[in-house]
Design a protein around this ligand. Structure first.
Ligand SMILES: Nc1ncnc2c1ncn2[C@@H]1O[C@H](COP(=O)(O)OP(=O)(O)OP(=O)(O)O)[C@@H](O)[C@H]1O
Ligand SMILES: [Mg+2]
Length: 305
């Protein structure tokens, strides 16, 4: 089984308007609601690949129920921890006449110690050797940066495997707990090691330092430049399929979905990575929050061989 964990989910609401007009009422030309959060994106991409996963995390209030219902309708299993606060809403207003947008993200509801303990209990009840767990995204107020480290220690001790996709202090502490795989992008890796732009030129040096920071394996994603694969035995740069980029946001989450799909079938990371690249590229080629399809991935994977 593949589990995805989204601790700070959001209802993503996009409103389209013709152009920005302040101090007046604008009429929306259209609106769209999406389930926001890295773990959800991974589950949604897995669904496109016909792979089952269980989405876990905190949901609260009406927005939380809306997320749960939407994911269920998409065919994704959910096993959420209910909280008393209201799940946040992130709002984008896109002016199509001007190709400009405004995005406002709420911080998210405060999570209490008891709610956190309840989530930890659900995770422990699901732990089974050989399963894969994807941990990703920002943390809600009230949750310590150590949370991913604690979860990774539990998961790996049970003989299951953790994949970490986060940033900042949560990523640094999570890495120390030795996840099976970490998937930073270049910016997250640079920040983690406090590298100057010049130091970034020598990838073999800083990738070795990144591996030393804890994870058993690393994929550093480089957008259209592909990715770096870093393991004890291997250091290589891998090309990504060539596509016409529409919207690269969420490409990293799709990449994680592609990788965990193949790893969960028993393939090596070397075998799984091309699927990650193909999934990332497929999603980058779609506009808005749409994710790549299985047909696209099947086509793009041919370019990775
Ligand atoms: N323009 C592109 N052309 C081809 N492949 C792309 C492009 N953009 C992204 N990809 C693929 O997707 C992978 C992940 O992209 P990227 O490095 O942008 O992830 P990210 O910054 O973590 O994204 P996010 O956090 O928004 O999901 C890349 O390694 C690459 O394989
Ligand atoms: Mg990312």
């Amino acid at each position: 089984m593949i589990y995805t964990l989204t601790l700070n989910p959001a209802v993503d609401l996009e409103l389209k308007i013709e152009q920005f007009q302040f101090d007046s009422v604008s009429r929306a030309l259209g609106s769209r609601m999406d389930c926001g959060g890295k773990g959800f994106n991974v589950s949604r991409m897995l669904r496109n690949l016909n792979v089952d996963s269980t989405a876990m995390g905190f949901v609260g209030g009406y927005s939380g129920q809306r997320l749960k219902a939407t994911l269920t309708k998409q065919g994704i299993n959910t096993q959420f921890t209910e909280i008393s606060g209201e799940t946040r809403t992130n709002i984008s207003i896109v002016a199509q006449g001007e190709a400009r947008h405004i995005k406002v993200n709420e911080a998210g509801p405060e999570v209490s110690k008891a709610e956190l303990a309840s989530l930890m209990k659900s995770v422990k009840q699901n732990l089974k050797a050989g399963d894969w767990w994807v941990l990703g995204g920002s943390l809600p107020p009230g949750v310590d940066n150590r949370i991913y480290a604690d979860l990774i220690a539990l998961i790996e001790a049970a003989g299951a495997f953790a994949i970490l996709d986060s940033s900042g202090e949560a990523l640094r502490l999570g890495c120390l707990a030795k996840p099976a795989l970490a998937k930073p992008n270049l910016e997250e890796a640079q920040q983690l090691l406090a590298l100057t732009d010049r130091q970034l030129d020598d990838a073999s040096v800083w990738c070795a330092a990144l591996l030393n920071s804890g994870p058993k394996n690393l994929v550093v994603s480089l957008g259209a430049e592909g990715a770096l694969l870093v393991t004890e035995q291997d250091f290589s740069k891998v090309e990504t399929p060539i596509i016409k980029e529409a919207n690269p946001i969420g490409a990293g989450d799709s990449m994680v979905a592609g990788i965990v799909w193949r790893l969960s079938l028993g393939e090596s990371l070397q075998q799984a990575l091309p699927y990650g690249l193909a999934c990332g590229a497929a999603t980058a080629s779609r506009s808005g929050t749409e994710l790549g399809s299985l047909e696209q991935v099947t086509e793009l994977i041919k370019q990775c061989k």
